[in-house]
Write a protein that binds this ligand. Structure first.
Ligand SMILES: NC(=O)c1ccc[n+]([C@@H]2O[C@H](COP(=O)([O-])OP(=O)(O)OC[C@H]3O[C@@H](n4cnc5c(N)ncnc54)[C@H](OP(=O)(O)O)[C@@H]3O)[C@@H](O)[C@H]2O)c1
Length: 283
């Protein structure tokens, strides 16, 4: 099947999720972000990824108040820590809904396996789902060990959002998610822009007459990763990052890019998947 901007993945709970969207980490709490969200949605971006900790949920809310159609957007937000238990979760979720100016989110993620009380909080989130306030439940930065603990407690999340690009392929987690029917969402698909001037990547981009950023986004998509490149610098980059559906990387180049990244593995973020059980807390 060929990929399009509107392609969706069916999740293990029966809901579907776009394969492409806009990430908002480090997008300012300012009118600039309201504008970027509005521009992205006007251009056809089907999904927005934010989080309690990004402090820009209210910019999405403002865009809704200014007229973007909430029901046409797949909206993800995240609970930063489970340390506040069920009460903390209810409080954070209520605050997120208020900031986002909506009465439901499409996907609610546990941002990382941190804070303890994970199972009781997960159960609380299931209650919110039953009340219709959350469509799908997912996790982020969960390693294989964390996912196994969840599974033992009877929960298989719909999505796991982890850092993914050629230089950080997290293959053990990807394989586990594929085997257990958990959709894989890759964050930092551009490696936070750290690799865009890599000479090998530039060579590949010239071969396809595309930019290095487009090659990396396409590499994620062809791997079956839901991808959410972030840009707040203006409409041109928004357009560039979505202009990845008119070409296909050959199987050989897909493998070469992966092999190239693997030679020099580097993550660009915090990587909590590597935390042990102590960080996950009692289950
Ligand atoms: N769950 C988690 O723990 C977690 C962690 C990290 C990220 N995320 C999510 O994943 C999203 C994406 O990851 P990310 O923000 O870390 O990094 P990223 O998308 O890999 O890279 C973003 C950086 O690349 C630049 N950029 C974007 N498009 C470009 C282009 N076409 N050409 C050149 N530079 C370009 C951006 O600058 P400008 O903005 O100036 O264009 C920004 O500096 C986040 O925004 C967030 O929603 C989740």
């Amino acid at each position: 099947m060929s990929l399009t901007l509107k392609s969706r993945i069916t999740l293990n709970d029966g809901h579907s999720m776009p394969i492409f969207g806009l990430g908002l980490y480090q997008a300012e709490s300012s009118s600039k972000t309201i504008q970027i969200i509005t521009d992205a949605i006007k251009l056809g971006y089907p999904m927005i990824d934010t989080a309690e900790i990004y402090k820009n949920e209210s910019q999405f809310g403002e865009a809704v108040k200014k007229g973007i159609k909430r029901e046409e957007i797949f909206l993800t937000t995240k609970l930063f820590t489970t340390e506040g238990g069920c009460e903390g979760c209810q409080k954070s979720f209520k605050n997120s809904l208020e900031q986002l100016a909506t009465d439901y989110v499409d996907l609610y993620l546990l941002h990382a396996p941190q804070g303890g009380h994970v199972i009781e909080v997960y159960k609380e989130i299931v209650k919110l789902q039953k009340e219709g306030k959350i469509r799908s439940i997912g996790v982020s930065n969960f390693g294989v060990e964390h996912l196994e603990w969840l599974k033992q407690a009877g929960f298989v999340p719909a999505v796991n959002q982890i850092e993914l690009h050629p230089w950080w392929q997290n293959e053990d987690i990807v394989n586990y998610c594929r085997t257990n029917n958990i959709a894989i969402e890759g964050y930092s698909p551009l490696g936070k822009s750290r690799f865009l001037d890599d000479p090998y990547l530039i060579k590949v981009s010239q071969k396809y007459n595309k930019t290095p950023a487009q090659i990396l986004i396409r590499w994620s998509l062809q791997n079956g990763f839901i991808t959410i490149p972030k840009t707040t610098s203006g409409i041109e980059r928004l357009k560039e990052n979505m202009d990845v559906f008119d070409f296909k990387l050959s199987d050989e180049d897909m493998k070469d890019i992966a092999d190239y990244g693997k030679k020099n593995p580097q993550n660009t973020g915090w990587e909590p998947t590597k935390n042990g059980k102590d960080k996950f807390g009692p289950i």
